[in-house]
Design a binder for this molecule. Structure first.
Ligand code: HEC
Length: 138
């Protein structure tokens, strides 16, 4: 009798396990592509350590930041204005240089209603320097 009960419990446990697994798999496939289509590029966040970038690239990146007038919208004082992200500690949010490059190149795809344009005309070298500058703001 005990064995029969154990077998029944095991069947229930396995059944529950299968349902949970199926829910997770469906959840991932159902919502992941959706999120990507919506352009919800997740912040690279603390998963990525702040990269080491040589000083010359950072000087170049800062010059491009000013030349492209990013300062027209973004502060780098720690105090955001008008709900636009302050970039003083941008590296703590997005330390991934590749993430920064796509956020600049295709900003409109990620945030279709944004006032920030796509910086897709920048030469790759400039784009990388600018992205490196942003990713290293600790
Ligand atoms: C017209 C205003 C405007 C300009 C110009 C602009 N941005 Fe933005 N930027 C925004 C807004 C608004 C956001 C918030 C996301 C959104 O709604 O687009 C943003 C988001 C960002 C982010 C993500 C910040 C985070 O941590 O969430 C970065 C990095 C960034 N901008 C960098 C730049 C750089 C570099 C330039 C210049 C090449 C620039 N932006 C020019 C308005 C602007």
């Amino acid at each position: 009798m005990k064995q029969v009960k154990d077998a029944g419990l095991r069947a229930v446990a396995i059944g529950a396990g299968v349902i949970v697994l199926a829910a997770v798999v469906i959840g991932v496939f159902r919502f992941q592509p959706h999120a990507i289509l919506q352009g919800a590029l997740p912040p690279s966040g603390p998963r990525v350590p702040i990269p080491t970038v040589d000083a010359a690239t950072l000087v170049q990146g800062e010059a491009i930041y000013k030349r492209e007038k990013c300062t027209a919208c973004h502060t780098m004082t720690g105090v955001p204005i008008g709900g636009i992200p302050d970039l003083l500690h941008e590296g703590q949010r997005n330390a991934d240089i590749a993430w920064q490059m796509s956020n600049l190149r295709e900003h409109k795809r990620i945030h279709p209603n944004s006032d920030m344009g796509n910086y897709d005309k920048l030469p790759p070298d400039d784009l990388r320097a600018l992205a490196s500058y942003l990713a290293t703001r600790e």
